[in-house]
Design a protein around this ligand. Sequence first.
Ligand SMILES: Cc1cc2nc3c(=O)[nH]c(=O)nc-3n(C[C@H](O)[C@H](O)[C@H](O)COP(=O)(O)OP(=O)(O)OC[C@H]3O[C@@H](n4cnc5c(N)ncnc54)[C@H](O)[C@@H]3O)c2cc1C
Length: 449
Amino acid sequence: MAERLIVVGGDAGGMAAATEARRRRPDMEIIALEKGRWTSYSACGIPYLVGGEVGELDDLVVRTPQQFRDKHLIDVRTRHEVTGIDVAKRTVEVRDHEHGRTYTTGFDTLHLGLGAVPLRPDLPGVELPHIHGVQTLEDADHLLADAQEKDCRDIVVVGGGYIGLEMAEAFVRRGLNVTIVERDSEVMSTLDPDMGGIVSEAMRSEGITVRCGEAVVAFEEKAVVTENGPVHADLVVLGLGVVPNSGLAADAGVATGVKGAVRVDPRQRTSVDGVWAAGDCAESFHLVSRRPVHIPLGTHANKQARVAGVNIGGGYATFPGVVGTAATKLCGTEIARTGLTEREATAAGLGYVVARITSTTRAGYLAKSGRIVVKMLAEKRSGRLLGAQLIGTEGAAKRVDIVATALTAGMTVEQMTALDLSYAPPFSPVWDPVLVAARKAAELVSGGA
Ligand SMILES: Cc1cc2nc3c(=O)[nH]c(=O)nc-3n(C[C@H](O)[C@H](O)[C@H](O)COP(=O)(O)OP(=O)(O)OC[C@H]3O[C@@H](n4cnc5c(N)ncnc54)[C@H](O)[C@@H]3O)c2cc1C
């Protein structure tokens, strides 16, 4: 009998492993079990679907179940939910929602791409039908149907993280009144508060009402109630972050770590022999803080799952870790971060210097040139680059990749100042803003400023 791989989860963390394993092992039987209706979809595209930049929901599906069956000979079973794992017997229990039956089936190798679960606050009224999450295409479907059905004017987004921001932009594009409610002092708590403050200002200048430092206490039919009183809402979107969907794995005795994420080694092996994991359900290793972290991003899910697939398929690959790079956009403002923020550097026990500079995205004399703020952290003693946050107009965010590369290479800020970055007026000033920040940080490290 052919060796059997069972993959649980039909998105990036699951299917990238399944296809890579298939490429290397044409003889293997591969079954992929997905509780929803779609496979390999881009949740990242949901805000652009809601905002009208993407025509229809199906445009967000990168590869359909039938394409996996035809092209990769993977037995994809949608609306099949794994409800239990027995690692001793090497079986999974599956609820087939399509036919209303439950069955048990065996595996030789198991790969978990279970994803994450969005946080829903345990508050009165949270189950009201106009309160929406935006984690899956099903969520997007419900949200769009609800928005079309009603004559919506006032939208409240709860949570000022990057998903909250992107959803706020989506509704601004639709010409609706948007309020964002955030418990912290500023939006974007993945940035330092001074940088988050710039984002809050950018939101206000787009006409968004920003209510920071205000906790939600309840949801009502036509309002979100904060500790300061009710805010009128025809439709509410929750963007409060996610936690790893690791309950099934933990119940089966698979070790978990940070925030309950499945613990994996650099080859994506879990603590149980023959059981692998990747994506939002799993931990990553942070290359700057040298600590395990849970950073749920599609970019990691794809890379980790490919590594798992190579190894499952008999090859050798490792996922060395992450540096915490992320980018987002609010209308005309681009926002990015990588490495450690001040809070994260402090938590990692690192002494640091901070350089914050303001420059332009292109040569200042060009009409399309805009403002960019770069905040860079370096280790006080060694000058090692620790991280950066960038906010600015078009052309700002992708500069974070320079910093991410330098972080991965373990460069000092002094070494960064000599990087041979390109220059031409339409792309940057002579001194790229990243280099200006590195130069200032290097001066601070050497005590020269
Ligand atoms: C609105 C939004 C915007 C985003 N934007 C970005 C971005 O710009 N950049 C970025 O890098 N990331 C972004 N992300 C995050 C990114 O979408 C996720 O990190 C990525 O989808 C993780 O892939 P995954 O396969 O690990 O998990 P998921 O995409 O959550 O997939 C897990 C799958 O497993 C299935 N499943 C769960 N339990 C079971 C079970 N018991 N049985 C069977 N199936 C099960 C689920 O139905 C799901 O389809 C965004 C996310 C959202 C919601």
